[in-house]
Write a protein that binds this ligand. Structure first.
Ligand code: ADP
Length: 327
């Protein structure tokens, strides 16, 4: 891509919202202003881009947002952006407004859209990984994961009190449509008796044996963390099978969207701030189709294509640890 002077940029948040996106927006706006670059905030992700729904931001537009969950720019899914005609239209809108580059905060789907826009129109884009699931290839961290895990941990701790008091088994379902990152981390951090992954057949025999073994040594309650998988609510079916086939009664709690909200935890504020700053600096460094990632625990800038796939790599190797520690 030919080098160009970056005088004006735009930023959008796309796909599922995640706590810490506001920290990244704040950092982008303030870093850009510090370099004398104009910044536009695009509303509702790619939908706002094709509808020309954007506004110029200044230092005060991002005041008092570092502690707020969600995204002040709103987010959306925009299937129309998969159509090249709409991406052409989006590019024309950016050109007409003299915008030289776009920063996309989102997941692997949003990055696919960003790559298509960039490649077809020779237009600079930088990606910042933002999704609570921590499930993007090429990065060890995505903004939102820490807060989602912390929210789930607090909920599980509370449920543990009632489970212990009433001597019950609880199935607690956490988010993660295509990965079990949240489930595995929460399982280890809460001392759960078992973690049921999204992509593995449930081994009912093993679960019931473990619960009975625990009971024999005086354990009066159990917590099983369930990754929701493609169909949220799968815990109800698991609970029925445990009852009908193995005579183990259990209660179900599906945490759901509570995990998306809330004031960002420290990692999300930190990485949001650092990634936002590095995204702007990368554009000034003529990096035009890149993403800011965490690799070997360090912040780095890599080709955006490295991050455009779903991946389960982050919690690889942690499977089974919760069970081993909860004997
Ligand atoms: P996430 O970014 O969190 O993975 P999605 O997969 O829903 O979320 O993608 C968010 C948006 O990115 C989609 O609504 C669409 O606008 C855009 N997008 C996703 N995949 C593509 C693609 N293959 N080509 C163009 N745009 C895409």
């Amino acid at each position: 891509m030919a080098k160009k002077e970056i005088r004006s940029i735009a930023v959008l948040t796309s796909g599922g919202d995640a706590p810490g996106m506001n920290c990244a927006i704040r950092s982008i706006v303030r870093t850009a202003i510090g370099h004398g670059i104009k910044v536009y905030g695009i509303k509702r992700g790619f939908l706002g881009l094709i509808n020309n729904d954007m506004f110029e931001m200044n230092a005060s537009s991002v005041g008092n947002i570092i502690q707020r969950g969600g995204t002040i720019l709103n987010s959306s899914r925009c299937p129309e952006f998969k159509d090249q005609i709409n991406r052409k239209k989006a590019h024309q809108i950016l050109e007409d407004r003299d915008i030289d580059a776009l920063i996309v905060i989102g997941g692997d789907g949003s990055f696919k859209g960003a790559i298509a826009l960039s490649t077809e129109n020779d237009f600079p884009v930088i990606g910042i990984p933002g999704t609570i699931d921590n499930d993007i290839s090429g990065t060890e961290y995505t903004i939102g994961f820490d807060t989602a895990v912390q929210t789930a941990i607090e909920a599980v701790d509370k449920i543990r009190d009632t489970a212990a008091s009433n001597e019950r088994t609880f199935l607690i379902e956490v988010m993660g449509a295509r990965t079990s990152s949240i489930a595995l981390k929460v399982g280890i951090c809460t001392g759960a008796e078992n973690v049921l992954l999204n992509n593995k057949k449930v081994d009912y025999e093993k679960i019931s044996k473990a619960i009975r073994r625990g009971m024999r040594r005086g354990k009066n309650s159990s917590i099983i963390i369930v990754a929701e998988g493609e169909k949220p609510g799968r815990s109800y079916e698991i609970s029925h099978i445990l009852e009908d086939m193995h005579h183990i009664s259990s209660k179900v709690c599906v945490l759901g969207h509570i995990q998306r909200g809330g004031s960002p935890a420290s990692n999300d504020r930190f990485y949001g701030s650092m990634m936002g700053m590095m995204a702007v600096e990368s554009l000034l460094d003529n990096k035009y189709q890149h993403a800011v990632v965490v690799k070997d625990s360090k912040l780095e800038v890599v080709a955006l294509s490295e991050c455009a796939q779903k991946s389960d790599h982050v919690m690889n190797g942690f499977e089974g640890i919760a069970e081993e520690l909860s004997i």
